[in-house]
Design a protein around this ligand. Structure first.
Ligand code: NAP
Length: 164
């Protein structure tokens, strides 16, 4: 993710996420694919902001930026193949509403823009949607959530949590 972007969240999906008491995405009880997805996207944004702050704090990583992109709601990918039939139906109906869905090409264009446009060369910690940078959710900006997510992530992959 260094110097480029992760592919974050549908703000709508993020908005449906329940309180982020488990930023790793582990459900407390039961499992709901869309809920897990929303949590994973919230984690993408929170992690990006935390990474950007950590990179900014040290000279060693000068010039390295971390941003994330919301490509839009793209119903034509395989993303929804494992959700319930009901959720698939809702997704299918939503995709038929003019102006709601985004094409794969448009989603890719947003990602390419953020990774190659010089305008983003010195912008970091940004959550970029279709109309440029947007304000991430309160949960994604919460320093306590970000710090916990960072430490849990570092622990899971066995790296020093104090990097960089
Ligand atoms: N579609 C949307 O509306 C939407 C909106 C916002 C964000 N996004 C994000 O965009 C990203 C791509 O989603 P998509 O819609 O393109 O979904 P997708 O059609 O399901 O594509 C996911 C791709 O990732 C690959 N993949 C999954 N797990 C992998 C692993 N462990 N190692 C290597 N490759 C793996 C899959 O490979 P296989 O096909 O071989 O399994 C597939 O090519 C996701 O992060 C998603 O959350 C999508």
């Amino acid at each position: 993710m260094l110097g480029s972007s992760s592919l974050p969240p549908a703000s709508t999906a993020e908005a449906t996420s329940r309180a982020c008491s488990t930023p790793t995405g582990r459900a407390e009880s039961g499992y709901d694919a869309l809920d897990a997805y929303a949590r994973s996207k919230l984690a993408n944004v929170a992690f990006t902001i935390e990474l950007a702050e950590r990179l900014r704090a040290t000279e060693r990583t000068r010039g390295v930026v971390a941003n994330c992109v919301h490509p839009g709601f793209i119903p034509s990918t395989g993303l929804y193949r494992d959700v319930s039939r009901r959720a698939r139906l809702v997704t299918r109906i939503a995709s038929l509403v003019p102006g709601v869905g985004t094409s794969i090409e448009e989603g890719a264009r947003r990602l390419v823009e953020v990774t190659t446009d010089p305008a983003y060369a010195d912008r970091t910690g940004q959550y970029v949607g279709g109309d440029g940078p947007e304000e991430p959710s309160e949960q994604a900006r919460d320093p306590a959530v970000r710090e916990r997510l960072w430490r849990v992530s570092a622990d899971l992959v066995g790296v020093d949590p104090d990097w960089p």
